[in-house]
Design a protein around this ligand. Structure first.
Ligand SMILES: [Zn+2]
Ligand SMILES: [Zn+2]
Length: 79
């Protein structure tokens, strides 16, 4: 049986996530990554969704590229 912490550590080391969220400036948790489809900038799901609700038109906070869809990573932790 694998321990949970071991599994988390392994994921962190895989460099799978896209770095820091430009909205909250925290590291984006892999399972919480939302990728803007048109420009591939990555944010936390919660941050970009909150951002999108404040704006009439959803635009990428970094490059102002308008977007309608987000890629949301749901892996490992999935149901
Ligand atoms: Zn964030
Ligand atoms: Zn962008």
């Amino acid at each position: 049986m694998k321990s949970n912490s071991e599994e988390k550590y392994r994921v962190d080391c895989e460099n799978n996530y896209h770095g820091d969220c430009a909205i909250c400036l925290n590291k984006i948790v892999l399972q919480e990554t939302a990728l803007v489809k048109s420009c591939e900038h990555a944010y936390c799901v919660t941050c970009i969704l909150r951002w999108a609700t404040y704006k009439k038109e959803s635009t990428c906070p970094q490059c102002k590229h308008p977007f309608e869809f987000l890629h949301i990573h749901r892996s490992l932790d999935g149901r």
